[in-house]
Ligand binder design. Structure first.
Ligand code: 0PR
Length: 385
């Protein structure tokens, strides 16, 4: 490298580093509202190693393709997927939901989606992108889909019903076994959005928490999407959608004459193998026992945070099902802004007049102890307490 090159490089690095310093970081422990986490060191190392791979042209990287196959097998096993199933790697929950609704639309030729009012906003994109229609099903006071309301609305046989295994706002789980029975009887495609809960519920079960079945063990479930870049401890961007029947993939496949495979399936073309390899590495490293331990510790911190929040006189919207807390406030937007000025990031949920705090693996009891006095002070100043 010439000295000119070195100076150029230093200048670029300086510019980028200066800008990066403005960012909040997961490792600081000050991000309390996000559903992502600092990637495990192993995921980080492997990510870099696989930077040049492209799973959009699989014959160029048969080794990475095999890693993808093994990762899908791991996820399929986690979700009790039958031998007839297939998995597709996606960039996250949004693409997972888009892909599921694309298949449902293709299979049924219909356009209506029945979904709870608590569903993620990615469904708004789906409605617009694929000219589909959203029919909202109300939720109960526990913030889960009202099954009786669904029973009335399903009679018109929509393209799909969506149920949540971990809602974005509160981490609640819809009555999935009942929805599954209903969809089976009515022969309706049933998609479970487990973007957040997919890497939580299986381990809560092992830890003897009372949680419903959410996956392919329910015979009416047609597809499940699950995100590794949320509770899977992997690097962004990575999710998987698993569908009950492999042949449904043909409905979202096109001929791909210029690349090594004859068909390309799904939304993306060129896509990196790095997040897939990183997620596989971390799944191998942690295994079921490691994830169980991680979820146990997140739930410990959640219980602790709940106690500390209630001690300062604030209330939760619902008792937590998983490691997500909704803290009731009169003016959540104002509190979020003030907390941000004080270096803490939580998410506001105006719809439910609360703030969302997510106990991701990097959040410890010590961090909660540092946060609570700041939350109290802020609430005192704004007249919330
Ligand atoms: N489905 C559910 C149930 C989700 O909670 C989310 C994202 C999605 C789908 C979409 O997933 P992707 O964003 O991966 O496409 N829920 C979080 C949210 O909107 C995403 C998030 C993550 C937001 C990290 C902020 C953040 O810092 O709140």
């Amino acid at each position: 490298m010439t000295s000119l090159d070195t100076r150029k490089k230093q200048k670029i690095f300086k510019e980028l580093t200066t800008l990066q310093q403005r960012d909040f970081t997961f490792s600081s422990g000050r991000i309390l509202g996000s559903m992502c986490t600092v990637p495990h060191p192993i995921a980080r190392e492997i990510y870099q190693q696989f930077l040049e791979t492209n799973l959009g042209d699989p014959e160029l990287c048969p080794g990475t393709k095999e890693i993808e196959k093994r990762y899908i097998a791991f996820i399929s096993k986690l979700l009790h997927a039958p031998a007839s199933s297939a998995g597709q790697i996606v960039s996250g929950g949004t693409e997972g939901n888009i892909t599921a609704m694309w298949i449902a639309k293709q299979l049924s030729g219909k356009k209506e989606i029945l979904l709870p009012t608590s569903a993620h906003f990615s469904f708004q994109k789906i409605a617009s992108l694929m000219d589909m229609r959203l029919t909202e099903v109300p939720v109960t006071k526990e913030y889960v889909m009202d099954i009786n309301a669904l029973k009335k609305k399903i009679r018109k046989t929509p393209a799909a019903v969506v149920g949540l295994a971990g809602s974005t706002e509160l981490g609640t789980i819809d009555p999935l076994p009942e929805i599954s029975d209903l969809c089976s009887e009515e022969h309706v495609f049933f998609h479970v959005d487990a973007a957040f809960g997919g890497f939580v519920i299986p381990f809560l079960k092992t830890l003897h928490y009372k949680v419903p079945a959410f996956d392919f063990s329910l015979k009416g479930v047609s597809s499940v999407s699950i995100d590794s870049h949320k509770m899977g401890y992997a690097a962004i961007p990575l999710g998987t959608i698993v569908i009950r029947r492999k042949q449904w993939l043909s409905t979202i496949s096109v001929d791909s004459p210029y690349i090594s495979s004859e068909k390309q399936t799904g939304i993306l073309g060129t896509r990196s193998g790095a997040p897939v390899a990183a997620a596989y590495a971390i799944a191998q490293y942690l295994g079921f026992a490691g994830y169980t331990q991680m979820v146990r510790s997140c739930m410990d911190v959640t219980r602790y945070a709940q106690k500390r929040i209630e001690e300062i006189g604030l209330n939760l919207v619902v008792s937590p099902t998983m490691n997500v807390l909704g803290v009731k406030l009169k003016r959540p937007g104002v509190i979020v802004k003030k907390l941000s000025e004080r270096g803490w990031r939580v998410n506001k949920v105006e719809r439910l007049s609360c703030i969302r705090i997510v106990m991701m693996p990097q959040i410890t009891k010590q961090i909660i102890d540092e946060f609570i006095p700041v939350l109290k002070k802020t609430c005192d100043e704004v007249g919330e307490l």
